[in-house]
Write a protein that binds this ligand. Structure first.
Ligand SMILES: [Zn+2]
Length: 93
C-alpha cells in the first residue's frame, strides 16, 4: 500500500490484486455465515439466531466495504479493464 498512483499496465496492479483478495475473503466469510444461518433456521434458539444475524450484518458490511474499495481503486487508477469485475450479490448503491 501507499505506492504512488502511476499509469499501470491493466491487469497487473498489486494494489488491485490485494483488494481483490480482500474482497474474495469477505465474500467467503459472508457465504459461510449465510450457510450457517440456512442450516440453523428452525433449529436454533432465538439467541443463536441473533448472534448469527449480527455476524451476517458484519460480514455483509465488510463485503460492501471491500467492494467499494476495489471499485474506487479501479476507477481512480484505471487498472480494472481486463479482469473480472465481481457482480454484486444484491444492489447496494
Ligand atoms: Zn490499480
Amino acid at each position: 500500500m501507499g505506492s504512488a498512483p502511476a499509469p499501470h499496465t491493466p491487469g497487473i496492479c498489486e494494489d488491485k490484486a490485494q483488494l481483490e483478495r480482500s474482497y474474495k475473503e469477505a465474500e467467503a466469510a459472508f457465504d459461510t455465515v449465510r450457510t450457517a444461518i440456512r442450516q440453523k433456521v428452525g433449529s436454533s434458539s432465538k439467541n443463536e439466531y441473533v448472534i448469527l444475524a449480527r455476524a451476517e450484518d458484519l460480514a455483509w458490511y465488510r463485503l460492501q466495504r471491500a467492494m467499494r474499495e476495489l471499485a474506487t481503486h479501479i476507477r481512480e487508477h484505471g487498472c480494472g479493464i481486463s479482469q473480472e469485475a465481481p457482480p454484486p450479490p444484491k444492489p447496494i448503491w
